[in-house]
Design a protein around this ligand. Structure first.
Ligand SMILES: O=C(O)c1cc(=O)[nH]c(=O)n1[C@@H]1O[C@H](COP(=O)(O)O)[C@@H](O)[C@H]1O
Length: 299
């Protein structure tokens, strides 16, 4: 069973682009040709799915990783969950690495059920990685790590989130001098120690916000075998220059998520048509990230 970190590294290398396209697909962002005919959950979700499919088909030569944020589907109940599940399935079928962004967790037994849902072949959802909330400690992580090892899947654990108020908890100092997020980084490195692939990275990754360049640079050094999922690019204000420290000297070790900046690109450049506008933004983003990375490597 191939390690998920190795599959992720190959997918990124295939297109030379560490972008994860965030499918936080919302009714208000849909291009005109995908506009629902009525406001029923069924119709909206059918349009969201139709758009996701067209986007996945149209972006495949540029991007090979997608992150599907469950909240934008769950809000519609069953039709939304069906669209979420189908989007993940379709993404994998088309050769994308699919991250289910669900931030799941609970006590060990219940975490085991969540882990089965996302990381086992018999589970209800087909994905390569799932995002996990670490507040419950090792009991809640072990079931995910075990299934990740067994089935060649992976998880991303929240370490330093992109949002401003994350500091209220994550930056609190501990008695031993570390901050809470540094302790979490050390735990995540430990949890992932047995799942390191031939690319040098583990199937247990960390979520590290692009909005914290100094912290993410320090975390890259602190967690040399932990791949990062880096949200916060674009709509939350981070740019390529803020990301250099997330990557290793070979340009590996991080996948950068962008959701609204890609999904809303067609609203900013209506003259291009929705797919060309999204593609143009993906190319611009790739150049921005790699320019930031090259500059970081030269410094
Ligand atoms: O786990 C995440 O993906 C995540 C963690 C974090 O610290 N910050 C963060 O923005 N995210 C997610 O990343 C996406 C960011 O979306 P945009 O700001 O539109 O690019 C959303 O799906 C968020 O839920």
């Amino acid at each position: 069973m191939q390690n998920a970190a190795d599959r992720l590294a190959s997918a990124i290398a295939a297109v030379g682009n560490p972008t994860a396209m965030g499918l936080d697909t919302q009714r208000g962002h849909l291009p005109a040709e995908f506009a629902p005919r009525d406001e029923s959950a069924q119709e909206i979700c059918a349009c969201i799915l139709r758009y996701n499919r067209a986007l996945l088909e149209g972006m495949h030569d540029l991007v090979r990783v997608v992150k599907v944020q469950v909240a934008y589907y769950e809000m519609y109940g069953l039709p939304g969950i069906t669209a979420f599940s189908e989007t993940l399935r379709l993404a994998r079928e088309l050769g994308y690495i699919a991250i289910a962004d669900c931030k799941r967790n609970d006590i060990g037994a219940t975490a085991g059920a969540y882990a089965k849902a996302y990381l086992s072949p018999e589970g209800g959802f087909s994905c390569d990685f799932v995002t996990v909330n670490p507040y419950l400690g090792a009991d809640g992580i072990k079931p995910f790590a075990e299934l990740a090892g067994e089935y060649g899947r992976g998880l991303y654990v929240l370490v330093k989130t992109s949002n401003p108020s994350g500091v209220e908890l994550q930056d609190q100092p501990l008695a031993d001098g570390r901050k809470v997020y540094e302790l979490m980084a050390d735990l995540v490195s430990h949890w992932g120690g047995g799942l390191i692939g031939s690319c040098g990275y583990s199937a247990v990754g960390a979520v590290v916000g692009a909005t914290w360049p100094a912290e993410s640079t320090a975390l890259r050094a602190r967690m040399p075998h932990t791949p990062f999922l880096v949200p916060g690019y674009g709509a939350q204000g981070a740019a390529g220059k803020d990301l250099a420290g997330c990557f290793d000297p070979n340009g590996g070790g991080a996948v950068v998520n962008a959701s609204r900046s890609l999904l809303c690109a067609h609203q900013k450049r209506p003259e291009l048509g929705w797919l060309e506008a999204t593609r143009a933004e993906a190319v611009r983003m790739r150049e921005d990230i790699t320019a930031g990375f090259r500059k970081g490597a030269d410094e």
